[in-house]
Design a protein around this ligand. Structure first.
Ligand code: NDP
Length: 337
């Protein structure tokens, strides 16, 4: 049983030295337990937060502890009356090959799910995040302009496509021409801009001639700076993530723009609201799942994954996620299904 543990806490961007791979025996299931073998491991930006011991909404991984993460697994041995060998489950076994469970926290995926790994993306936590943040906080209306960055990732791609279903004009922001082309040609966004362009702020202003009514905040940084002056009166800003800042070690150098921000929020009656998906919306999961699985089945929502083979490659893939090297939902294929 291989597991990847947190070797040390990063200062700034994580490096390979912050992780260590360990070998141990495959655990034996006790009475009432199942043994799960990981097939897919989800890599997500929040894991950067768990590597740090700064105060957060969830406790950190201890140094020497197995990295946390959502997994899709198969039952390989069972002493549990409700689970049979071969069953697929959604679990949170972290970065390792095998784990035991007494059934608590497992979600059944049936005997032969068509796309098992999608439960880690479009049909799971990231899709749910896109759905609730946009619909509940963003309150999209037909004809409004919606801007979303990380536009080809599982959250951003889904936000933009739901925005189109609701009749918005959707402007994506992504890293590079290929991602932008995908956002327009495959996901159906009205426009998509490369945030690396030196004239990105001017391009965004041109792409949003009527201003911005909803900015779904995934990144912060230069993207927020370019969006902020374009926000309309009564704009909504669901604050989902600020990935551009996850590796920051200090506050940015001045000038202090807090008075400008707060003054604008006041004058334009802008609503900025953060949320933590399962804490705030766990009770609405069924509503999401029903809508999203129907939209996906009808071909109204498209989904792209980037699957990397091998648990040993998880650290480098995760480091790359924070820098935009992934193109689609990043998943590690840990074991053969
Ligand atoms: P993605 O797969 O989209 O990966 C993150 C992407 O962020 C990268 O691929 C990169 O895309 C982009 N990015 C990284 N650095 C920068 C930067 N400096 N400026 C602009 N873009 C950058 O991730 P997810 O879809 O899983 O997550 C998106 C956001 O949602 C994250 O902030 C995450 O923390 C947040 N989140 C919040 C939840 C909540 O409950 N509040 C739940 C789930 C996710 P590109 O190359 O296109 O720039």
């Amino acid at each position: 049983n291989r597991s990847i543990v947190l070797a040390s806490r990063p200062h700034g961007a994580p490096t390979g030295a912050n992780f260590r791979i360990e070998q141990g025996p495959v655990p034996e299931p006790g009475a009432g337990q199942v043994l799960l073998r990981t097939v897919y491991l989800s890599l997500d930006p929040y894991m950067r937060g768990r590597m740090s011991d700064a105060p957060s909404y969830a406790p950190p991984v201890e140094v020497g502890g197995v990295m946390v993460g959502g997994t899709v697994s198969r039952v390989v041995a069972s002493n549990h009356p409700d689970y049979a060998v071969g069953d697929w489950v959604l679990s949170a076994n972290g970065w390792q090959d095998y784990a035991l469970s007494d059934g608590r926290g497992l979600t059944r995926l049936g005997a032969a799910p068509e796309h098992p790994s999608y439960s880690l993306g479009l049909l799971g936590m990231p899709g749910f995040t896109a759905y609730m943040g946009l619909l509940d906080i963003g309150q999209p209306k037909a004809g409004e302009t919606l801007v979303v960055a990380a536009a080809t990732g599982p959250v951003g791609a889904t936000v933009g496509q739901i925005g189109k279903l609701k009749g918005c004009r959707v402007v994506g922001v992504a890293g590079g021409a290929e991602k932008c082309r995908h956002a327009v040609e495959v996901l159906g966004f009205d426009a998509c801009l490369d945030h690396h362009a030196t004239d990105f702020a001017e391009q965004l202003a041109k792409a949003c001639p009527d201003g911005i009514d909803i900015y779904y905040e995934n990144v912060g940084g230069k993207v927020f700076d370019a969006v902020f002056p374009l926000l309309n009166t009564s704009a909504r800003v669901p604050v989902c993530g600020i990935i551009a800042h996850y590796n920051d070690t200090e506050l940015p150098a001045g000038p202090d723009r807090l008075p400008l921000l707060m003054g604008t929020v006041l004058r334009k009656r802008i609503r900025i609201q953060g949320f933590i998906i399962f804490d705030d919306y766990g009770h609405r999961y069924d509503e999401f799942y029903k809508d999203m699985s129907a939209w996906f089945a009808e071909g109204r929502i498209k989904y792209r994954e980037e699957v990397v083979d091998g648990l040993e490659n998880a650290p480098q893939a995760f480091i790359g996620l924070l820098e935009g090297h992934n193109f689609g939902k990043l998943v590690i294929r840990v074991g053969a299904d």
